[in-house]
Design a protein around this ligand. Structure first.
Ligand code: HEM
Length: 140
């Protein structure tokens, strides 16, 4: 009887532990900092050389933008970072970015994730976070 009680208590505690385990963040599912850094590098390689949108970045210092994008992607995917750059409206105001240019950027983002071997399901989770920013980034 005592053994059964102990077993029940152990099962109860195990169950409580399992329930309290937080779901893994997208940041962790992606592989954390090295993957975020690689996606950002791949993205910048593409957008800074994509003739459809590169002209928008002619004043850009690559290292600065890299750092800011890493920090934002990290924060938004649930990683241990605090993005301290401009908000998306401020960062893109005055640039008159069109929907078609936003779409080119997203295509490059998808390719950047492909190049980093991010699985399709995680790519979709990633896009679901950033696609709603379209109205803040594009010209209004
Ligand atoms: C969801 C999509 C996007 C995200 C998450 C994003 C993120 C960022 C971030 C974090 C910054 C830096 C802000 C700061 O200076 O504090 C930035 C700047 C900028 N973004 Fe975006 N962006 C997005 C879409 C786009 C698109 C579609 C374009 C153009 C096609 C674009 C062009 C630029 C440019 C030109 C800058 C200024 C870079 C500089 O400081 O020289 N962004 N963006």
């Amino acid at each position: 009887m005592k053994k059964i009680s102990m077993l029940l208590i152990a099962l109860f505690l195990l169950n409580a532990c399992v329930k309290q385990t937080k779901p893994e963040s997208l940041y962790d599912q992606l592989g954390g900092a090295p993957t975020i850094d690689l996606i950002t590098k791949n993205l910048l390689d593409r957008i800074l050389n994509n003739e459809k949108i590169a002209f928008l970045f002619k004043e850009t210092v690559r290292e600065d933008l890299h750092e800011k994008i890493v920090s934002q992607l990290c924060q938004e995917t649930g990683g241990p970072c605090v993005y301290e750059g401009l908000d998306m409206v401020e960062a893109h105001s005055g640039q008159e970015i069109k929907y078609s240019e936003f779409d080119v950027f997203v295509e490059d983002l998808i390719l950047a994730m492909e190049d980093a071997n991010v699985p399709f399901t995680l790519q979709n989770k990633f896009l679901a976070i950033f696609a709603p920013m379209r109205e803040d980034v594009t010209y209004q």
